[in-house]
Design a protein around this ligand. Structure first.
Ligand code: HEC
Ligand code: HEC
Ligand code: HEC
Ligand code: HEC
Ligand code: HEC
Ligand code: HEC
Ligand code: HEC
Length: 336
């Protein structure tokens, strides 16, 4: 409830981006621009997965209660509902549910022991694999281990908490709409940071009000729609696309000119993937201009030159004016 206003702000941001989208031309175009064809994906495990979706695919499920000897309907709690479309457009869409979960789950009621099931980590599958070398999983892993969240690993924090096993898909790397990516990435953090029920599973800390914590930031809604949480909360690492080292709050970016300047940190984080051809002549950090206008970071060198010329011109005029006045004054002085 306390974060009600925040949700409204996020909603407005989303509406904002949708309305921008309907103007026709997407805000950001990259050379990788191509429509991802996910809906037409047909899983080789469709039938096997439907055994699970039958119950986990919607809000209610049905099963035969052997003791009662009849069909029983019940409600599936929202945390255990998976949406088919999301699953089949995620990175791991080609998987069968039982690649990651025990085949024993095909039986219902599920055996209680399955709760202790060991889950694979990202690194178990991706570590040392040439095919995924460009993602630098090992380096991400070591950054995560220095991250502020890692201390909660024993309480259940893991890569899966940010990368939902059933919906996660790479976004910024293939971004053709940067605002959409920003909303996607921020939703990852807000999943806990605007939902106390998830947050308190991991920490005894009192609820953190994100709006209040950031009330020093002017026009918060606009900032949260144009930069990601990780821009301010991670340490930049040029080896990987997305820095994973979330720093303690005291080390978060607070200075306006970290972004609003020629050396904007955004060039090494959010705008890392923008293609070089998208540069706009004369503008510092012109790439940013495709998505945003960031005061201070987007100065134009021609405009700077023109204003310098005008400035010098004005100085000359003033100088000449003063010179004439001095001459005239001394003239009238002499005449007296
Ligand atoms: C007849 C309905 C039904 C079917 C079919 C079914 N489930 Fe479930 N599943 C449930 C219900 C209800 C729960 C929550 C209660 C529980 O944990 O037993 C659950 C819980 C789970 C959990 C969470 C357990 C935990 O630790 O909290 C997992 C994982 C799971 N199911 C996976 C699967 C997979 C994978 C399949 C397909 C192979 C599957 N289920 C098929 C109804 C079903
Ligand atoms: C890439 C591996 C992977 C695949 C594929 C996968 N899961 Fe999961 N699933 C996990 C992990 C890991 C968790 C525990 C998540 C956590 O700890 O936050 C989980 C948790 C669950 C849960 C418990 C609810 C929750 O979010 O904690 C259910 C139910 C479930 N999976 C069902 C399924 C079904 C049904 C499918 C197939 C459509 C499936 N899973 C496919 C890895 C996978
Ligand atoms: C059980 C093994 C397994 C686990 C666990 C696993 N992955 Fe994957 N992942 C794969 C495989 C195999 C593919 C390739 C799927 C395909 O090509 O259809 C893949 C694909 C991906 C891709 C897309 C790669 C590309 O170039 O298309 C990303 C990104 C990714 N995984 C990230 C993760 C992250 C992050 C985690 C942990 C949160 C994780 N994976 C956990 C096996 C796994
Ligand atoms: C605090 C949240 C968080 C945690 C924990 C986390 N990630 Fe991420 N990760 C993100 C965000 C946000 C992105 C950006 C997603 C995007 O736009 O593609 C990302 C992106 C990635 C990518 C894609 C980067 C690329 O080059 O495109 C990989 C791979 C990845 N994470 C692996 C991991 C692994 C492995 C772990 C655990 C060791 C992990 N992540 C833990 C938040 C997290
Ligand atoms: C699964 C839930 C979850 C997710 C997802 C999550 N966090 Fe957190 N985060 C927490 C919890 C719980 C704490 C409180 C830790 C404690 O007890 O000190 C926390 C603490 C923090 C802190 C304060 C750290 C300090 O030591 O001062 C920052 C900053 C933070 N998170 C940023 C982020 C960012 C940025 C993301 C997204 C990339 C994110 N979090 C995603 C649960 C989460
Ligand atoms: C413009 C930079 C910036 C952005 C963007 C930003 N933060 Fe922060 N954040 C900060 C700073 C600076 C602090 C430290 C505030 C303080 O110490 O009073 C902070 C504090 C926090 C804290 C710690 C609060 C506490 O008391 O423990 C959390 C959690 C947090 N931010 C999460 C987020 C999330 C989630 C997002 C994205 C929706 C986000 N931040 C976006 C700069 C930023
Ligand atoms: C993490 C980077 C970052 C930081 C730190 C940051 N800004 Fe911004 N700011 C942006 C971006 C990106 C925009 C562009 C928004 C847009 O396109 O409308 C912006 C826009 C603005 C705007 C114009 C708002 C509008 O109505 O569109 C003002 C004013 C502003 N910032 C002031 C500040 C001040 C003051 C601070 C320091 C307290 C600050 N910013 C810190 C990234 C940042």
């Amino acid at each position: 409830m306390r974060l009600f206003i925040f949700r409204i702000i996020i909603l407005l941001a989303i509406i904002n981006f949708i309305s921008i989208n309907t103007y026709g031309s997407p805000l950001v175009k990259t050379e990788k621009d191509k429509v991802q064809d996910t809906i037409s994906f047909v899983s080789p495990f469709e039938a096997a997965n439907n055994r699970c979706f039958k119950c986990h695919g919607q809000e209610k499920y049905e099963y035969t209660n052997e003791t009662l000897g009849r069909q029983v309907k019940d409600i599936m709690c929202s945390e255990r509902i998976l949406h088919k479309n999301e699953f089949y457009s995620s990175n791991h869409r080609s998987f069968s549910c039982t690649d990651c979960h025990s085949e024993e789950y095909a039986k219902f009621p599920h055996s209680g022991e399955l709760r202790m099931e060991q889950k694979y980590n990202c690194i178990d599958c991706h570590g040392g694999d040439e095919k995924f070398a460009k993602y630098h999983f090992e380096e991400i892993e070591s950054e995560y281990k220095q991250s502020t969240h890692f201390k909660m690993e024993d309480d259940g924090f893991s890569c899966w908490k940010c990368h939902n096993p059933h919906t996660y898909k790479i976004s910024v790397r293939n971004a053709n709409n940067l605002k959409e990516t920003i909303a996607y990435d921020n939703a990852i953090c807000l999943n806990c940071h605007s939902d106390y029920s998830r947050f308190q599973l991991l920490s005894d800390k009192a609820e953190i009000n994100i709006i209040k914590e950031h009330d020093w930031l002017p026009n918060q809604a606009s900032h949260f729609a144009n930069v990601r949480c990780i821009e301010c909360h991670t340490k930049i690492n040029n080896n990987i696309a997305v820095s994973h080292q979330i720093r303690p709050k005291a080390e978060a970016v607070r200075l306006c000119n970290e972004c609003h300047s020629k050396n904007s940190i955004l060039m090494a984080s959010l705008y890392k993937f923008e293609s070089k051809e998208q540069r706009r002549d004369g503008f510092f950090n012109g790439i940013i201009l495709n998505a945003s206008y960031v005061i201070g970071a987007n100065r134009n060198e021609y405009l700077n030159l023109i204003s310098l010329i005008i400035f010098i011109g004005v100085l000359i005029v003033i100088g000449v004016h003063i010179a004439f006045r001095i001459r005239n004054k001394s003239k009238t002085f002499k005449e007296k």
